[in-house]
Design a protein around this ligand. Sequence first.
Ligand SMILES: NC(=O)c1ccc[n+]([C@@H]2O[C@H](COP(=O)([O-])OP(=O)(O)OC[C@H]3O[C@@H](n4cnc5c(N)ncnc54)[C@H](OP(=O)(O)O)[C@@H]3O)[C@@H](O)[C@H]2O)c1
Length: 332
Amino acid sequence: MRWTIAARPNARELVAEDFEIDRNPPLGTLQDDDLRVAVLMLSCDPAQKGWMENVAGYAEPTEIGQTMPALGVGRVIESRSAGFAPGDLVQGLLGWADEMIVRASAMRKVRDEPDAPRLALGLLGSSGLTAYFGLTRIGVPQAGDVLVVTGAAGGVGSIVGQLGKIAGCRVIGIAGGPDKCRWLTEELGFDHAIDYKAEKVKARVRELAPEGIDVLWDNVGGQMLDDLLARIARKARVVICGGIARYQQQGRPPGPGSYFNIVFKSARMEGFLLGDFAEDHDIGRDRLRRWLAEGRIVQRDEVVDGLENAPQTLMRLFRGLNRGKLLIRVAE
Ligand SMILES: NC(=O)c1ccc[n+]([C@@H]2O[C@H](COP(=O)([O-])OP(=O)(O)OC[C@H]3O[C@@H](n4cnc5c(N)ncnc54)[C@H](OP(=O)(O)O)[C@@H]3O)[C@@H](O)[C@H]2O)c1
């Protein structure tokens, strides 16, 4: 079984009709360097909507009718590559299917350990590594800094805040709803949380951080970014990780009106892609694994069972219904 892309959701919400189910897909034959993989677990990422729209300049263009792409973990069933054997656990760009043929050169082996698929797609995968490299290399947090994280209760944001605490920062998370905010402070150790759906973000940040924001981690963009740029401290580092507020909008949002504060505060604003740090991913993974073993960081996620639920599950991200990393379990 697989799900294919049926329509491009440009400038609108994702809907169920954007995907089509194919219950008897052709299996294909293995060529040299191919692996046949049983898909075990799939990651839900806001970027997948951009891949469907063909607007993500860094990703391979998608076609209507192709299997919906997704980062995932699978087990090798058959191998035409010297580097992989049946039974190996692998990770890479897979898709919404229970079985796939993929290029071995595009896969990496995953350590077979308890909870391997969850960890490989969460803390030790793109969410954790994005948080780690964006924060340590661009945010460069110092002990005593005020770190503000938008999209704080999501897969990336929930890890950024915990890394900020390890670095000795005072961490303020911004998320939608009182439950998420309580969860951030009570379970993840954030110092404060602001419910952007009920509170005035700018005023609350002024109260909580009268000296301003030293490191601003932005997953959201739009008005939220503009409000927070107005509150940065001198020499602030603004890390642009994502812009989910614009992923469903028509056209480009207006530029942040407060951008000139970057000049007044001698600050720096920098975007990045996780791939920029590809050479060092293993270093990041080792560091995160160590903190996990020491109990200094946790992975919080939601696992939804069943490939048949993939479209509804991905839509949860854009409705703010997830807490932590959102995953789809395809098979045990
Ligand atoms: N630069 C990179 O290499 C890289 C890598 C991975 C991810 N990212 C980006 O990082 C961001 C977070 O990704 P993630 O995987 O951790 O997703 P996520 O935060 O787990 O899920 C998305 C969350 O965004 C919030 N949201 C949805 N629509 C929103 C809107 N219109 N305005 C404000 N908030 C909205 C919701 O939380 P609330 O209920 O709190 O609103 C939702 O739970 C995304 O923008 C993603 O594209 C970048």
